[in-house]
Design a protein around this ligand. Structure first.
Ligand code: NI
Ligand code: MN
Length: 230
């Protein structure tokens, strides 16, 4: 029986998960987030930084955090190469279906339906998501994506403790499709991300919690800076 995973939300789609003492940071976007002004980006530690796709709201703080912490950045091949050119010393590029060993287990880069142009207009490959597993503890982070039948492959292969899904609509799934995604991937606990940061992705939180609850899924919406055990 492993200790619970510690999940800390940093706003938008940025969060950290500590698995067996290893610190994973996802999609760092803090200094540009109008809702995350109380987060000290220089206090965030990471052993690995995982980036789902090339949009600025998922990697704007990646170079500075990777440089300060010495973390290894994991993303698709195009983004990993782009970050290496920006001065990140440790990168690992992947593509769909590939897995990469972590100290406690592995991560698999899986399909997302979205876009991925980098902030300077460079091609950012294809957007993805990650499944992270220690063998006994597993979670899925969808990145920015539409609902897709490919999500059913995740429940075929993995038994998830929780899923992190975008719920803000406009640029990703909205609430109704995210509820269906939770069913497709087989998650009974979902952390909602990619909402309320900007006006186009504002949601009604009560409506969201009720919609997931009606399908037997617990939706967690931690405060920015809050840590929950999952
Ligand atoms: Ni995006
Ligand atoms: Mn986004």
């Amino acid at each position: 029986m492993s200790a619970p995973m510690q999940f800390t939300y940093y706003g938008h789609s940025c969060f950290a998960v500590v698995v067996d003492g290893v610190r994973l940071l996802f999609d760092p976007f803090i200094t540009g987030n109008p809702k995350a002004g109380h987060i000290d980006v220089n206090s965030i530690e990471a052993d690995y930084i995982l980036i789902t796709h090339g949009h600025g709201d998922h990697l704007a703080d990646a170079v500075s955090i990777a440089t300060r912490t010495g973390a290894t950045v994991i993303s698709n091949y195009e983004i990993a190469s782009w970050l290496a050119n920006q001065g990140v010393s440790k990168t690992h590029g992947m593509n769909f279906g590939g897995s990469y060993a972590l100290p406690f287990g592995r991560t698999k880069y899986v399909v997302a339906v979205h876009s991925s142009t980098l902030p300077d207009g460079s091609p950012g490959g294809n957007p993805g998501g990650f499944v992270v597993t220690s063998g006994t503890q597993t979670f899925y982070y969808a990145g920015d994506t539409a609902l897709t039948y490919d999500m059913k492959l995740i429940s075929d292969e993995f038994d998830l403790n929780f899923a992190v899904l975008p719920i803000g609509d406009t640029f990703t799934m909205g609430i109704a499709d995210a509820v269906r995604a939770a069913d497709f991937v087989g998650a009974k606990t979902v952390v909602g991300v990619h909402y309320d940061t900007f006006p186009p992705i504002a949601i009604d939180r009560d409506e969201a919690v009720t919609a997931f609850g009606a399908r037997g899924v617990t939706l967690l919406l931690p405060a920015i800076g809050e840590t929950v055990a999952l």
